[in-house]
Design a protein around this ligand. Structure first.
Ligand code: SF4
Length: 411
């Protein structure tokens, strides 16, 4: 069957959205941006690991070199005040702050106490603040966990499978693997009273690893949830073993092996966010993540120096790709909502290229993760570079769910 990747996206000019999206016309048509609800703080701009696929240090954008090492106290308090301003202006009842890096734990335990206090003092009590961090966990000792518990900061850990799979990529600069330290941290995290902080594990896909063995290795740590991330890449810099124009589906094949193992399990072993989101979309619900579906993206990044950026993984596209030219000292989050690059990820179907608009799985796929659509010369108005994989995986899950629903109804 022909893949829906057509050639019409190949020679479009000018680059979309920055030089081609007409925000004034959009507003005149009645469109309004959705307020931000997720704020990703880059609290530390260095890392203690040297993962070879890292989009912060190993890819096109090297802006981390000019950033402060740890987010200064005045940036924290100004960012907290800006969030409070946004909450009040849009009458938000819930916001999420995600602490990220580099490696966020390198900011030290005291930093998290200060940051949590700043945020909780600034944000009105009738707005729920959910605080979480994503860490490589090598510094996650008991002392750190006690500080995170006291400040109600939930913890997600990055791990790519068992020792061999993980240490192939997630190692120190001297080549020493990180698995043993991360495994010890995960054992602490899953033990009461710290287990209430445990949100799950993020695993970046490596086709060289066996998919089911990877899934089962992660299950050893009893994560409430796990997610499998497609490695970053785009049409100009394709991901590993994903030739841009190829109809092969190595990533779908890898994920389908896990889906079949997970879906057929007699009991739910763990949530797998990517699969659960696709099932939810198949059943007509909205998506909660930016990697799939058409729900407007409402996440903004606050860098360690207070500059505002778009989604962090755009760093994999080209130098300066996530930049907005705005900062928390001089600009509100509403100012960021006026940027074409932010609006482009909130347009739903209207933000898709013609190929995706005609696709049979359009409302489920939504062209995948925004950075994966980039092509030098025409920007982001393209299908995902993972298009054949997304199409195959979504069809596989959709058909399986529909078959089960039919069986249920007829029985
Ligand atoms: S919606 Fe997804 S599967 Fe369909 S053409 Fe676009 S990227 Fe490909």
């Amino acid at each position: 069957m022909a893949t829906p990747v057509a050639i019409e996206h190949l020679n479009q000019e000018p680059e979309w959205p920055d030089r081609a999206l007409d925000l004034a016309a959009l507003r005149a048509s009645g469109w309004r941006p959705a307020p931000f609800r997720q704020f990703l703080f880059k609290v530390h701009s260095r890392c203690n690991l040297s993962c070879d696929y890292c989009y912060v240090y190993e890819m096109a954008d090297q802006s981390w070199r000019a950033k402060p090492v740890t987010m200064p106290a005045d940036v924290v308090s100004r960012a907290a005040a800006r969030i409070a301003e946004h909450v009040a202006r849009h009458d938000l009842d819930e916001v999420r702050v995600i602490l990220h890096g580099g490696e966020p734990l390198m900011a030290g335990p005291g930093f998290f106490t200060l940051l949590a206090a700043e945020l909780r003092n600034a944000i009105p009590p009738d707005c729920t603040l959910e605080l979480g961090l994503q860490t490589n966990a090598v510094l996650l000792d008991e002392q750190f966990l006690r500080v995170l518990l006291a400040n109600r900061i939930r913890v997600g850990v990055s791990l790519d499978g068992g020792r061999e799979a993980n240490d192939r990529h997630r190692s120190y600069a001297n080549g020493r693997g990180s698995f043993d330290l991360v495994a010890a941290a995960l054992r602490r995290l899953r033990t009461p009273p710290f287990d209430r902080l445990y949100t799950g594990i993020l695993c970046t896909i490596d086709l060289a690893s066996d998919p089911v063995a990877t899934y089962e290795a992660l299950l050893e740590f009893a994560p409430p949830s796990m997610d499998f991330l497609l490695p970053h890449g785009n049409w100009s810099n394709p991901p590993p073993r994903r030739a841009a124009a190829s109809a092969k589906t190595p990533y779908a094949d890898w994920l389908m092996a896990i889906f079949d193992r997970w879906y057929a399990s007699p009991r739910k072993e763990a949530g797998i966010r990517f699969f659960e989101e696709i099932i939810n979309l198949v059943l007509g619900g909205p998506s909660q993540v930016e990697s799939i579906g058409l729900t407007p993206v409402t996440l903004v990044v606050i860098e360690a120096d207070g500059t505002l950026e778009q989604v962090d993984s755009l760093k994999a596209a080209f130098a300066g790709a996530p930049a907005t030219g705005l900062n928390v000292f001089d600009h509100s989050f509403d100012d960021a909502l006026e940027l074409p690059a932010i609006a482009a990820r909130q347009l739903g179907i209207d933000g898709l290229c013609a190929t995706c608009q005609r696709c049979e799985v359009r409302d489920i796929c939504g062209a995948g993760l925004y950075p994966h659509r980039y092509r030098e010369g025409n920007g982001f108005l393209n299908p995902s570079v993972y298009c054949p994989d997304l199409l195959r995986l979504i069809r596989h899950i959709r058909d399986r769910v529909q078959r089960d629903l039919t069986d249920l109804v007829t029985s």
